[in-house]
Ligand binder design. Structure first.
Ligand code: CP3
Length: 345
């Protein structure tokens, strides 16, 4: 096996480390904007396999990353469970918020396979495209949102700074909130299993809002669901590596890494990689964590940030990445410079 990402996820300290960037397919690339302009909305892009596969492959052709990440969105799952979803220009996602039992009862797993079928077709097309494009060493990452983060958008109905309505529901009406998280957990297991079946070589769980949880709720709504998802997938795919990203988890990252069974954890921008490394079990890979804005700035700011991450992680299994998604104002040539720097480390 010569895929550096998979060797790293198996616990090897490969060096120079494999690299890819969260949101590597996106608006900072002119070729993405060109494809995006041909569809009426973002959901159409996610559910048109030929186009979703094309934008997945664009950053691989341009930069030769060690991983392609399926082009889709974490909110495709609630959409497939029957919740309305719209992406408004400049506003982000909007969903009819679920605030009571009636809203919850309108959701159903019944159409999940059918509604997510285009995503599975995208996975197959990307695997075929990697073969045809002669990228034998590029691994394909499938993904889903982690149940808490997905529930945040389902309950809040939009993005938020602190997801106050969601977290208040978790305290005031835990039976309703638990039922939502439970349904999303079951849906996520089925959704990720289908991605593995279609050819995803590793799976990532994005828990972007884990950091807003109290310690007790972090355990209940971030660690516990991740643990269930990992153990369910291991039954059918014992060798399929899983990456967890409990963003802004702080010191709770140690418990997440030790208890969920994931093969790697994402380190967010705010975490000192030199302090994070000793928190992790030896065989658990770390992934991160250059500040996306250092990549926007480029030059010495970017280079010194990247070198600090590399030197903190040298000698342990590590995947170079950003601490959060790449932003639209990133100059594509800065990404090329970063790839050169990491490859030469
Ligand atoms: O990483 C990749 O290249 C793969 C594709 C991917 C997207 N979203 C495409 C996308 C992935 C892995 C995601 C994950 C995602 N989506 C997360 C978790 C990671 C994180 O950023 O914290 C979250 C919270 C979402 C929800 C979401 N989707 C929001 C809040 C937004 C609007 C904000 C924005 O950047 O526009 C989206 C839209 C979205 N998802 C875009 C892309 C490329 C931009 C839409 C467009 O191109 O018109």
């Amino acid at each position: 096996m010569s895929k550096k990402l998979l060797l790293t996820l198996a616990g090897e300290a490969v060096w120079p480390p494999p690299m890819w960037l969260m949101r590597q397919a996106g608006r900072y690339l002119p070729e993405y904007r060109a494809v995006r302009a041909t569809v009426p909305d973002f959901i159409a892009l996610c559910t048109t396999p030929a186009l979703a596969a094309e934008v997945t492959l664009q950053p691989i052709r341009r930069y030769g990353f060690d991983a392609a990440i399926l082009f889709s969105d974490i909110l495709i799952l609630p959409w497939a469970l029957g919740q309305g979803l719209e992406f408004r220009e400049g506003e982000g996602p909007v969903l009819p918020p679920i605030r009571d039992e009636a809203g919850f009862r309108a959701l159903t797993m019944a159409n999940l396979a059918e509604r997510t079928a285009p995503v599975m077709e995208t996975v197959r097309l990307v695997r075929a495209g990697l073969r045809a494009g002669n990228f034998p060493d590029t691994a394909l990452i499938g993904f889903a949102g982690a149940p808490f983060t997905v529930a945040c958008y389902m309950v809040e109905g939009a993005g938020s700074r602190d997801f106050a309505a969601t977290r208040t529901m978790a305290y005031r009406n835990p039976s309703l909130f638990d039922a939502i998280v439970e349904l999303v957990t079951e849906g996520t297991i089925e959704y990720l299993r289908a991605q593995a079946e279609a050819g995803a070589e590793t799976l990532m769980l994005f828990d972007s809002w884990a950091g807003v949880l109290s310690p007790a709720h972090f355990r209940r709504y971030s660690i516990e669901p991740a643990k269930r998802i990992v153990s369910a997938l291991r039954e059918d795919y014992p060798y399929l590596p899983i990456i967890g990203f409990p963003r802004m988890a702080g010191l709770s990252l140690a418990a997440y890494a030790a208890e969920t069974g994931v093969n790697a954890v994402g380190i967010d921008t705010g975490m000192d990689p030199a302090l994070a490394a000793p928190l992790l079990p030896k065989g658990v890979a770390a992934q991160g964590n250059l500040d996306p804005l250092a990549l926007v700035a480029g030059g010495e700011a970017m280079a010194s940030g990247a070198r600090a991450v590399l030197s903190a992680m040298k000698g342990r299994p590590f995947i170079f990445n950003l601490g959060h998604g790449i932003v639209p104002q990133t100059p594509p040539e800065h990404v090329a410079a970063l790839v050169e720097l990491v490859r030469g480390s």
